[in-house]
Design a protein around this ligand. Structure first.
Ligand code: SAM
Length: 246
């Protein structure tokens, strides 16, 4: 079971139709951020423009609502957004699940990016963590290097601010897909929020970072993307990704 995976070239909305009810342990989604641009890099591009934030939210809500029945009663949800939509997504999740199902507002602090004379530099993304059942979701606290002098060289439990460098230009994991996320970030999230052997769904999988990390950690990945370039890259990456069970 551990070495299986599923990669679906479809719109998120259609892709989840084929997934069994109450079968997913963790949904992580890194949707288009509503930047108003076409996201382009060497290995592909995707449209990221809506008329308004309301339109983006309607798009997102429809897909999220279709996905919720696919999650196990013990499942968790991680929604990766930024300053453009995180506040709207939080209100949406409070409405759909209940505000007591909120677990964390994670900050992914990535360091890179420009500065502005008009405001504080924007150097983080937001990852909203909700549980289907706040009493029974899985959580294995990830350990990260301690930074204080007193604990130098030791590990400590991660806080809700995750310091993970974004992928540098020379990194071997870089595949050239726009907005590719670092494997280290997904490994940390999946290890913490999906039980070993569990199933991870990423319905906007892009270059397949979530699927590769899930496979490396002995979880079963299911990914979808409507972009054929993304699906091709994901399949190629998965071919090379070792799973603990071979
Ligand atoms: C932010 S990127 C994901 C990047 C990915 N996390 C990675 O590490 O490569 C968003 C992805 O959503 C996909 N997408 C946009 N609309 C979609 C839809 N309706 N259904 C499925 N995928 C969609 C885009 O093609 C793009 O690959």
């Amino acid at each position: 079971m551990h070495n299986q995976f599923q990669v679906i070239q479809r719109d998120w909305l259609e892709a989840v139709e084929a997934i069994g009810n109450t079968s997913i342990d963790l949904m992580y989604v890194d949707p288009p951020f509503n930047t108003g641009q076409t996201q382009t890099a060497g290995a592909g591009s995707y449209e990221d423009a809506w008329e308004s934030t309301d339109d983006w939210l309607a798009w997102f809500r429809q897909r999220l609502e279709a996905t919720l029945p696919k999650l196990k009663p013990t499942a968790s949800i991680l929604i990766h957004t930024d300053w453009r939509t995180s506040h709207r997504v939080r209100v949406l999740l409070d409405e759909l699940l209940g505000e007591d199902h909120f677990v964390n507002h994670l900050i992914w602090r990535y360091g890179l990016g420009g500065s502005s004379p008009r405001r504080f530099a924007r150097k983080h993304d937001d990852i909203l963590f909700y549980a289907i059942d706040p009493e029974s979701y899985y959580f294995d606290p990830p350990m990260v290097p301690a930074t204080s002098n007193r604990m130098k060289g030791q590990l400590k439990k991660a806080t809700d601010v995750l310091d993970v460098p974004s992928i540098n230009n020379m990194a071997s994991e870089r595949v050239g897909y726009p907005t590719q996320k670092p494997l280290a970030l997904l490994q940390l999230l999946i290890g913490a929020c999906c039980p070993p052997g569990g199933t991870v769904l990423d319905p906007c999988c892009g270059s397949g970072t979530t699927l590769v990390a899930a496979r490396q950690l002995g979880r079963i990945p299911i990914g979808a993307d409507q972009n054929p370039d993304a699906i091709h890259i994901t399949r190629e990456r998965l071919k090379k990704a070792p799973s603990p069970s071979g």
